[in-house]
Design a protein around this ligand. Structure first.
Ligand SMILES: *Cc1c(COP(=O)(O)O)cnc(C)c1O
Length: 410
């Protein structure tokens, strides 16, 4: 009989969102008239910007003609999209990239997982806690870890706790690691790192020949002009960092699917014989062999995000979510809740009142306020005692949810 990849058996069962679903269903069945407001899952709710939708439609129409029909495109994405992103999104930051350094994909989750293909198994990986679970679980699946301990920490991984004491920005690893996952603006905590902070990480990486995986899925939500949008705004980052971006949260593409990876040519690893080798070359090889490109209409729609009209409309949607974030932040603060994030990110990370556990607070909010959020402990052991609310809901619901919580906690 064929043998399974038993690394998968080390994974804790996908517990967080199924358990939330189970508790919400049980409550709704017992209380059929309650209007439950969901501020839990990190998914967008606003429709695509009209200019983006038009480009999407037009590209589908192209496929109905013989002269504009598009078959296989370049596996790593069309130059017209890559060059547009470099010009409109990186140049204004003072970041110069070559077309060959950017790869278009069908989303960032896959990219964060697939990038592990081009790194040797015996690299030591450092991961934040709490964290976007994909970073951890994909390392388990590929076989880089041992078993999980009772806290949920996997053997062989260096965890970097993020808590109030360090403002949810991890301390540098005390030993040498080879790969570091950073996500700013952060999911789930909503905090950002300033230039000085990121410089420390880049300096560590360059001093230790480590590679930083920088997840910038939420860069478009940054409102403070001093906060970097890209790791490449930091001196020395092009030698050590791979950046992930996504159209999912930026432009409402969670159901459309488009993301990108930047792998600068200068990011080097070593061969078994100790020679330097470019990760860009390996990633190109991997992409052209295992992927056949994001779809043509999707890439057309993505390019339209950067048209004048498309960006203005996209910006309005981001502002809408960030106004939700403000309403949640200010309302909860009034209710005496200690909150983090929500200024440069669509997530509000709150400290559960009276030292409640994350799940106890979840049950309290659900049963007393009919509001659903996400228990912080679901993102890692250091998330215990915290709770995430998402600003991706519609305005009316957000306002009502905040009113209910305020009344309840006052
Ligand atoms: C939503 C999200 C992504 C983007 O995922 P897609 O696959 O592009 O939809 C990446 N990283 C984090 C931390 C996220 O929250």
């Amino acid at each position: 009989m064929a043998k399974i990849n038993d690394n998968y058996l080390k994974l804790k069962a996908g517990y967080l969102f199924p358990e939330i679903g189970r508790r919400v269903r049980a409550f709704a069945e017992a209380n059929p008239t309650a209007k439950v407001i969901r501020l839990g899952i990190g998914d967008v709710t606003r429709p695509l910007a009209p200019a983006v939708l038009k480009a999407f439609h037009d590209a589908v129409d192209d496929l109905a003609t013989t002269d504009r029909f598009a078959g296989y495109g370049p596996e790593q994405g069309y130059d017209w999209l890559i060059d547009t992103i470099i010009e409109k999104s990186y140049k204004p930051l003072g970041v110069e990239l070559k077309t060959s350094e950017m790869f278009i994909s069908d989303g960032s989750k896959c990219d964060c997982a697939n990038i592990l293909d081009i790194f040797a198994m015996d690299n030591v990986v450092a991961i934040g806690d709490p964290v976007y679970p994909v970073y951890n679980d994909t390392n388990v699946m590929i076989g880089r870890t041992g078993e999980a301990d009772e806290k949920g920490y996997y053997q062989g991984v260096v965890y970097l706790p993020c808590n109030e004491a360090n403002d949810f920005i991890p301390a540098l690893p005390t030993g040498k690691v080879d790969i570091i996952y950073l996500c700013f603006p952060n999911n789930p905590t909503g905090v950002v790192a300033d230039k000085a902070e990121l410089q420390r990480w880049v300096d560590y990486a360059n001093a230790n020949d480590a590679v930083i995986f920088f997840d910038a899925a939420y860069e478009a939500f940054i409102t403070d002009s001093s906060i970097p949008h890209s790791i490449y705004e930091i001196e020395g980052a092009k030698k050590c960092a791979i950046e992930f971006r996504s159209f999912s949260k930026t432009a409402g593409f969670t159901g459309v699917r488009c993301g990108l990876v930047v792998v600068p040519e200068e990011v080097m690893g070593t061969t078994p014989s100790g020679e330097k080798y470019s990760f860009n070359k390996l990633w190109l090889r991997r992409t052209t062999t295992k992927f056949n490109g994001a779809s043509y209409p999707v890439q057309r729609a993505a390019a339209a995000v950067y048209s004048e009209e498309g960006w203005q409309q996209t910006r309005e949607i981001i502002d809408y979510y960030m106004e939700n974030a403000r309403i949640i932040r200010e309302g909860l603060t009034e209710a005496g809740v200690t909150i983090f994030g929500g200024v440069n990110a669509p997530y509000i990370w709150l400290k559960t009142p009276a030292g409640m556990t994350s799940w106890d607070f979840f049950d309290k909010l659900l049963t007393e306020c009919h509001v659903v959020g996400t228990p912080g402990s679901g993102f890692g052991p250091s998330g215990e005692g915290y709770f995430r609310l998402s600003a991706f809901g519609n305005r009316e619901n957000v306002v009502e949810a905040v009113e209910r919580i305020k009344k309840n906690l006052k």
